[in-house]
Design a protein around this ligand. Structure first.
Ligand code: SAM
Length: 248
């Protein structure tokens, strides 16, 4: 879910510091299919909750940084005190706002990881999922997160682990230029983040959906090879992620 293609066209209206996100920008409906297929057992959500005081975000002020179409906002909103989605892309922001229009304690605002229009020490949990604007070189964004978090607040980053699982091996084949798992881990360790490894899965309703999602996540030739090798009838793909987290 973090198939950044640095060669893709930028959206002219996107603010400075926005990283091209061709999967969700150009294939928004397929990305929704992907979000629905990912982690059907809620293992990632459980890992996030496990690093929070009281193992829950109930009552907390939550910021979803790089919220895209706001897929995760309603879930946080079930128990959070308030939820803010920050997203640089105007069209995605509009979808996120529409998705949450009946939730009075949810807001969607323009911003980037490097510049969030919220006051200092106003948030308890910052969630960043498939946020390739975080990782090696993202110090300005991490400093902004530190500014936003109250004492005891937690930043959680959900990222691919390309060192293991079927999807991880596909990702490593598709994006050899991206930082290696060892480089990423060293970066997060030096920034003071701990790691919870999670082995979850994609679970699709149809082969058509699986093929569409693989095709937006991997470069064409690699997607073609992967799909050609995948036995007919396969609807499940094991998928390793890292939940990286730091308490202020
Ligand atoms: C792969 S999508 C993930 C969206 C969402 N987190 C989800 O899980 O459905 C990455 C998102 O980050 C946004 N983005 C890109 N650069 C950003 C930045 N510098 N700060 C915040 N968000 C950014 C993109 O517009 C895109 O919506």
């Amino acid at each position: 879910m973090s198939a950044a293609d640095p060669g893709s066209p930028e959206t002219p209206a996107a603010p400075e510091g926005t990283r091209p996100s061709p999967n969700i920008w150009h294939h928004t409906e397929t990305y929704e299919v992907e979000n629905r297929a990912f982690d059907p057992d809620g293992l990632v959500e459980a890992a996030i909750a496990s690093v929070l005081p009281g193992s829950s975000w109930a009552g907390l002020d939550v910021l979803d940084l790089g919220c895209g179409t706001g897929f995760h906002l309603p879930r946080f909103a079930t128990t959070a005190g308030s939820v803010v989605g920050v997203e640089p892309h105007a069209d995605l922001r509009a979808i996120a706002a529409r998705r949450t229009r009946r939730l009075p304690h949810v807001r969607v605002v323009e911003g980037t990881a490097q510049s969030v229009p919220l006051p200092d020490a106003s948030v308890d949990l910052v969630h960043s999922r498939w946020a390739y604007f975080f990782g090696p070189g993202s110090e300005p964004g991490l400093a902004e997160v530190a500014r936003l978090l109250r004492p005891g607040g937690v930043h959680v980053v959900v990222d691919n682990d390309a060192s293991r699982s079927t999807f991880g091996s596909w990702f490593a084949r598709g994006f050899p230029e991206v930082a290696t798992p060892a480089e990423k881990q060293a970066y997060w360790e030096s920034a003071g983040y701990a790691r919870v490894p999670v082995l979850t899965r994609w679970s699709f309703g149809s082969r058509e959906d699986l093929e569409a999602v693989v095709s937006i996540e991997l470069p064409g030739p690699v997607a073609g090879e992967v799909l050609a090798d995948l036995p007919a009838g396969t609807l499940e793909v094991d998928y390793a992620v890292d939940v990286l987290w730091r308490r202020t």
